[in-house]
Write a protein that binds this ligand. Structure first.
Ligand SMILES: *[C@@H]1O[C@H](CO)[C@@H](O)[C@H](O)[C@H]1NC(C)=O
Ligand SMILES: *[C@@H]1O[C@H](CO)[C@@H](O)[C@H](O)[C@H]1NC(C)=O
Ligand SMILES: *[C@@H]1O[C@H](CO)[C@@H](O)[C@H](O)[C@H]1NC(C)=O
Ligand SMILES: *[C@@H]1O[C@H](CO)[C@@H](O)[C@H](O)[C@H]1NC(C)=O
Ligand SMILES: *[C@@H]1O[C@H](CO)[C@@H](O)[C@H](O)[C@H]1NC(C)=O
Ligand SMILES: *[C@@H]1O[C@H](CO)[C@@H](O)[C@H](O)[C@H]1NC(C)=O
Length: 411
């Protein structure tokens, strides 16, 4: 009995279905269709008509009118087909429409209509199908706290397709600064670093045109790489100008600079300036300096730099003057001594000794051609020196060609 009853119901519903689906005029839609912005979407559709009919023309309309009568976004009778609306159905029972993304507004109600060969054979599926467009939504959870993301925080970024129900989950692709980085439902950093800063977005896998809004991950950190540079140099002459510059990487940027002169018991100088400038540096300004950079996440000290202030220029003059004076005195003394010796000695011996001393500078030499006492003659000292010219070598070929004239150094 029970089984028979079930069979009967089954047969009844089959009859009912065949009656509804095969011998009546109708269009069946999915009442609402959801798509992610930037993706193409198919509006599923099927239609029916009495068996004896033959479909002649199929049309799709887009608009909220109850009975849409044109202009049509697709018309099988027209030669002018838009690339945005592609009829994926046929002239039998499938009337699916594919909509490609573009700049135009594609949301709203879509209705299908068709005509058959018989004079009265036409039908509109006036219920239509309503297309909804949603965005991909990203959300950031900073599991280590609230507000700004700081180096070391745990951060989770998730993507959500607004079309998905609570159960369904789409496949996503993640992009960093527009470059594909990975697939998956979310991004997770257990210990975020400044290298992870960037603009992140997600997109539906297989639909490259879809993209979420950008999530800017800005990883903040305390000062790093704090250093002092000195211009023009760490060794300067007294009275010249010198500038010490403190540089540091920090996010947010350094909010405060402090300068210390270490060898003077950490004296604090030039509060809150990235540059320490001496217009006319004094000897006392020489010493060891360091700077400290601070932002809301911490402070960092630079290594020490040593500024050497030299009294360079005046000393040179003093030394040069003293040296010159010494030379003059020495020359006079030697000259006087040699004059005395000359008077006592034979000229021949003198000559030999002088030959040996040819390399000495400022050596008073007796002139062989002039007879008589050199001390009585002209007061000018004749200066002898040996100069060895090493002629610059030319290229090998040239050297060969001109070797006869080139290979001797001139004396
Ligand atoms: C109708 O055609 C589309 C595109 O060819 C196809 O995806 C869909 O499954 C078809 N529908 C039915 C009910 O056969
Ligand atoms: C986080 O990473 C930094 C280097 O990037 C490392 O120095 C630190 O120890 C890490 N912290 C944890 C809790 O893993
Ligand atoms: C991230 O986006 C912001 C705002 O659009 C832009 O100013 C910044 O340059 C972007 N950063 C990168 C690394 O592309
Ligand atoms: C900054 O310091 C890190 C180490 O703390 C080093 O690896 C990096 O090369 C430095 N960067 C610059 C620009 O000096
Ligand atoms: C230091 O100077 C900067 C601007 O150069 C300013 O924004 C900051 O408030 C100053 N900080 C202090 C503690 O004075
Ligand atoms: C930076 O150096 C100054 C001067 O030597 C010192 O007082 C301070 O404690 C140092 N700060 C850090 C963070 O090392």
């Amino acid at each position: 009995m029970y089984t028979e009853h079930r069979d009967l119901t089954w047969i009844l519903s089959l009859l009912l279905l065949s009656g509804v689906h095969c011998n009546e005029w109708n269009v069946k839609y999915q009442p609402s269709v959801c798509a992610v912005k930037g993706s193409s979407v198919v509006i599923p559709c099927s239609f029916n008509y009495p068996k004896e009919e033959k479909v002649q023309r199929v049309m799709w309309g887009h608009g909220s009118k109850d009975i849409f009568d044109g202009p049509f976004i697709f018309d099988s009778a027209s030669n002018n087909q838009s690339p945005v609306y592609q009829y994926k159905g046929d002239k039998l029972h499938n009337c699916s429409l594919k909509i490609n993304p573009g700049k135009h507004n594609i949301t709203g109600k879509y209705t299908f209509r068709f005509t058959t060969k018989s004079p009265a054979g036409k039908w509109i599926g006036k219920e239509g199908s309503t297309l909804k467009i949603v965005d991909l939504k990203t959300s950031v959870i900073n599991t280590s706290g609230h507000g700004a993301t700081k180096e070391g925080d745990s951060v989770n970024v998730t993507c959500r397709n607004g079309c998905d129900g609570a159960d369904a989950s789409s496949a996503f692709i993640w992009l960093k600064n527009g470059e594909r980085i990975q697939e998956g439902p979310s991004l997770y950093w257990r210990n975020i670093s400044l290298l992870n800063s960037g603009n992140y977005s997600c997109s539906l896998k297989g639909h490259s045109g879809t993209t979420s809004g950008v999530v800017n991950i800005n990883v903040e950190y305390g000062p790093k790489n704090t250093s002092v540079s000195v211009r023009p140099s760490t060794e300067v002459d007294v009275g010249s100008s010198v500038t010490l510059t403190c540089s540091s990487r920090a996010n947010p940027p350094v909010e405060k600079y402090s300068w210390f002169k270490v060898d003077d018991g950490d004296i604090v100088l030039g509060e809150n300036k990235s540059e320490l400038h001496f217009r006319e540096v004094s000897i006392a300004a020489g010493g060891q300096y360091l700077c400290s950079a601070t932002n809301r996440h911490g402070s960092q000290n630079s290594t020490m730099v040593t500024l050497k202030v030299k009294a360079h220029f005046p000393y040179i003059i003093v030394i040069a003057t003293a040296a010159a004076a010494l030379l003059v005195v020495a020359a006079i003394v030697i000259a006087l001594r040699r004059c005395k010796e000359k008077r006592a000695r034979e000229p021949e011996a003198d000559h030999e000794e002088d030959q040996q001393n040819m390399l000495y500078l400022n050596w008073p030499m007796p002139d062989n051609s002039t007879e008589g006492n050199p001390c009585e003659g002209d007061k000018t000292e004749t200066v002898y020196t040996t100069i060895d010219f090493n002629l610059k070598r030319k290229s090998n070929t040239q050297q060969q060609t001109y070797s006869h004239s080139n290979d001797e150094g001139a004396i």
